[in-house]
Design a protein around this ligand. Structure first.
Ligand code: 0A1
Ligand code: ZN
Length: 873
């Protein structure tokens, strides 16, 4: 903890220096014990020949909670005079050029509520070392450009911890005294400390095997609590698919004899790619039709693949420093998105990813924590595991893929992996590999890594009837972001098509924007076309073009780019909702235009359309997206207008919704394939509209679905829709039944919490406070906090933004409590408060007052201090 009168200082990319010492070999011995774990580290240290600083001291990172028991160099014990220690570093001023350092430390896993370093999750020991957790285990150069071979012996009580795991291959096992046993693991691949992992527990395992393209057998193991052994098949299947996909699409094989995944219940994030031993939040690995929704099934598939892909994009080639985080994360998100697109529907995956980007990432880019994909400075690196680094970073890689084309892109990744295998590098090296294979100058393109903010593209067109010439003019700009007032133009691909009146495509391709203003002409056209711009969302920008309603309808009907068809529908709905918001604010009666009803009717009744696509086309833009688009966010108007439209469309198209519901209800038993998921998605969308009418018949239908469902997607959808549609008594009844049925399934109960926390019915804050008293709520478990606190503050806008400011005070209370207990979670939960500038002035005051209260609440962690202080600027 750092007091804010001695404010934590930022670290700058420009100050990077190569490490003065390298660790050739790391030998660890853990004697695990809840209260007092002993860690003996034996490091073979050598001066770095690349370091030009003479007389550099040896600097080892060490968290303030580490208890140093003994420190020796080449067997000589060091006295207190030989080294110094502060809150972060242990410094030994004078050391030989090559030596063995031995360090004995004592740590306290059971007191570790931050869930970084070594901690206990229920009855097991596990670790989380990215980004800077290893320094909570032992003194070490905890930076990703120090890569070492590890040999780890884990010693623990045999009966309570029969399974002992670490990275690499098991090489030795046996018994020690007092009923303890040990296993020794050796990882032949040099790695940074952030990829170290250890697990000890009484775990069940699902085993399988995979033979790589070159014929090497790999043992696959997924470990979990024995009660969850029946929920591991989907993760195993996903893992094998991911292994095969990476061989086929990137030519990358797995490199160890064993690949292990462990499911833990207490975890700050989704999962972690530790070499050969991934550790997963249970929410990202467990799946069964009875307990898991379709969306969660897909998330498991995506996260399993993501962590597997890191073995090359992250582990074999890693980051030089944490400013380069997107080198591994942006690239790996791009890889997992393409994998999911290949396994399921490409268009649907793109729609989902762009929706997230345009709501949450665009909001981040417009907020006080806006930063480039490669940040220039940070106070706490944990605050930079962001949508910008991950999702926008993936968009940057996608743009390279679009600009170079798939073949050149693949040659670029081959060169990158080959050139840098075993190294810790920067995003420049990644782009250089792409430049080298393509012969292109990507200097301007690199601005995507250094400039923050979402570019705006204004497009206008003109038509010369006589010459048959159509002209598109693009103007690009980018708003100022913290520390960056002026932006230079970006280099970006604009995928496009030109459509004739009968829907034919007159031209299509990719335009490359490089200038602030740029025009493109298309000659010899027989008619003035309708432009389909930014197909597939080919660049992460806000593009505006003054489309007429007719043009948008034309795109909605005829565009061969599925993403842009959906986007045309979104543009129609957004424009309507924005004009209804004006009516709402001036007290005018809200009306549903007949033209929209006709369009929707034609989509609903066209049985030839892909149900997944229809489900997305007919889902109204979310409150979060409308908020992101607003100049000043009017939470109430957004909510009321969306509710109005939902009800009006429900009434106007009642027979159609009912027919679609029946058409998409299947007698067939549950299957998790893409077609069945799409059908369920459309069915549950229809159910939502039917319930929006408020009529009892549809409530009966929903209750039937709830009672008879053979899968969690249908049961949970029915529950959430009944609860959120204002059927209070029925909602209570179903919630009670659901609880009785699922109280022993933690992940299902998280959904039960979250459905209630996001229920906008008046009195939400009181209900949420009561939920926190529930015996299954546990404030130390991040999944529970996300289900209750984050769901209330992030998915229940009308309640969180209650006019009396009670929602803001509630969140601030949590932040103050969690600041000490789990700084990473505290800082993440804080996000909604940081967006105060987007609201009307009186709201701003209330939000800022709570941020100030947090700042004044005493000792703040670096995590919380950074976000609060930057938000108040
Ligand atoms: N590298 C992981 C993300 C991750 C980062 C930090 C963590 O603990 C604080 C945990 C996981 C990934 O991209 O999946
Ligand atoms: Zn990752």
């Amino acid at each position: 903890m750092s007091q804010h009168n001695q404010q934590p200082q930022p670290i700058y990319l420009k100050d990077y220096q190569v490490p003065a010492y390298l660790i050739e070999h790391t030998e660890l011995r853990f004697e695990l014990d809840e209260q007092e774990t002993l860690v003996r580290a034996t490091l073979r240290v050598r001066r770095n020949p690349a370091c030009t600083r003479s007389k550099a001291a040896l600097e080892l990172h060490g968290h303030e909670t580490l208890e140093l028991c003994r420190l020796s160099i080449n067997g000589e014990i060091l006295s207190e005079r030989d080294f110094s220690r502060n809150e972060e570093l242990l410094t030994i001023p004078s050391v030989p050029t090559e030596f063995t350092l031995e360090c004995l430390t004592r740590i306290h896993p059971e007191l570790n509520t931050a869930l970084e370093g070594l901690y206990k999750s229920d009855g097991m020991f596990c670790t989380q070392c990215e980004a800077e957790g290893f320094r909570r285990i032992t003194f070490y150069p905890d930076r990703p450009d120090v890569m070492s071979v590890f040999r780890t012996r884990v010693v623990a009580d045999r009966s309570r911890y029969p399974v002992l795991l670490s990275n690499g291959n098991p090489v030795e096992s046996g018994y020690e005294d007092d009923g303890r046993h040990f296993v020794t693991w050796e990882d032949p691949f040099p790695k940074p400390a952030y990829l170290f992992a250890l697990v000890a527990g009484d775990l069940a395992v699902l085993e399988d095997s995979y033979t790589t393209a070159s014929g090497r057998p790999v043992k696959l193991q997924i470990y979990a609590d024995s009660k969850d052994l029946d929920k591991l098949d989907h993760a195993m299947l996903s893992l094998k698919r991911a292994m095969q996909w990476d061989e086929q699409v990137y030519g990358r094989e797995y490199d160890l004899d064993i690949y292990m995944i462990v499911a833990v219940d207490f975890f700050n994030m989704g999962a972690m790619e530790n070499k050969g031993l991934n550790i997963f939040n249970t929410s990202c690995v467990l799946a069964s039709p009875q307990t898991t929704t379709d969306a969660a099934f897909q998330r498991v598939e995506g996260v399993v693949a993501h962590e597997y892909f890191h073995n090359w994009s992250g582990n074999r080639v890693t980051c030089r420093d944490w400013f380069q985080l997107s080198l591994k994360e942006g690239f790996t998100v791009f890889r997992d998105a393409e994998f999911s697109a290949d396994m399921n529907s490409r268009t649907v995956k793109r729609i989902e990813d762009v929706s997230l980007l345009r709501t949450a990432q665009f909001a981040e880019d417009a907020g006080p924590m806006a930063h480039p994909v490669r940040p220039e400075s940070f106070i706490e690196i944990s605050n930079f595991y962001t949508l910008t680094v991950y999702e926008k970073g993936a968009e940057v890689v996608r743009m390279l893929h679009t600009l170079l084309g798939p073949e050149q892109f693949r040659r670029g990744t081959d060169l990158y992996f080959e050139r840098h295998d075993g190294q810790a590098v920067t995003t420049d090296e990644f782009v250089q590999a792409m430049a080298d294979v393509s012969g292109r100058d990507l200097t301007q393109f690199k601005r995507w890594y250094s400039q923050a903010g979402t570019p705006r593209i204004q497009v206008s067109d003109s038509w010369d009837d006589v010459a048959g010439c159509y002209r598109l003019t693009f103007r690009q700009s980018c708003p100022a972001t913290p520390g960056q007032d002026e932006k230079l133009p970006f280099h970006m691909p604009i995928a496009y098509g030109l459509l004739a009146a009968d829907g034919r495509e007159l031209a299509a391709g990719v335009l490359e924007l490089t200038d602030a203003e740029q025009s493109f002409s298309f000659d010899d056209l027989s008619e003035r076309p309708v432009p389909s711009l930014l197909r597939g969302f080919s660049a992460p920008v806000k593009l505006s073009f003054s489309y007429s309603d007719e043009q948008l309808l034309h795109l909605l009907r005829h565009d061969c780019d599925g993403f842009n068809r959906w986007d045309a529908g979104q543009r129609i709905a957004v424009a309507l909702m924005q004009s209804l918001m004006v009516d709402y604010r001036s007290g005018r009666e809200l009306r549903l235009p007949e033209s929209l009803v006709d369009t929707w009717r034609s989509l609903l009744t066209d049985a030839s359309l892909d149900p997944a696509m229809v489900a997305h086309l007919l889902r109204l833009p979310s409150e979060a997206y409308l908020s992101e688009l607003a100049d000043v966010i009017d939470v109430e108007a957004i909510h009321e207008v969306r509710e109005f439209l939902l009800k009006a469309l429900a009434q106007a198209l009642l027979p159609e919704w009912s027919a679609v519901y029946n058409r998409s209800s299947s007698e067939e038993p549950y299957a998790p394939d893409a077609a069945a998921c799409a059908r369920r998605s459309l069915k549950n969308l229809s159910l939502g509209y039917l319930l929006a009418t408020g009529e009892e018949v549809w409530l009966t239908l929903a209750e039937e679905q709830f009672n008879n469902a053979d899968n969690m997607t249908d049961q949970q959808a029915a529950l959430a829709l009944v609860v959120h549609s204002g059927f209070r008594q029925a909602g209570e009844r179903l919630l009670a039944e659901f609880q009785a049925q699922w109280q022993h399934e933690a992940l299902v109960m998280n959904q039960w919490f979250s459905i209630q926390a996001s229920d906008p019915w008046p009195g939400a804050l009181g209900r949420v406070q009561r939920l926190q008293e529930h015996p299954l709520f546990d404030a130390r478990n991040p999944n529970k906090l996300r289900s209750v606190v984050a769901a209330f503050c992030g998915q229940n806008a009308v309640s969180f933004h209650a006019a009396d400011g009670s929602g803001y005070a509630y969140l601030a209370d949590w932040i103050i409590q969690l600041n000490k207990q789990n700084p990473q979670i505290a800082s993440r939960l804080l996000t909604p408060l940081t967006r105060w500038k987007r609201y009307p002035e009186e709201v701003q005051l209330l939000m800022k007052a709570q941020l100030a209260r947090i700042l004044d609440s005493g000792e703040l962690s670096r995590d919380v201090y950074e976000v609060v202080s930057k938000s108040l600027v």
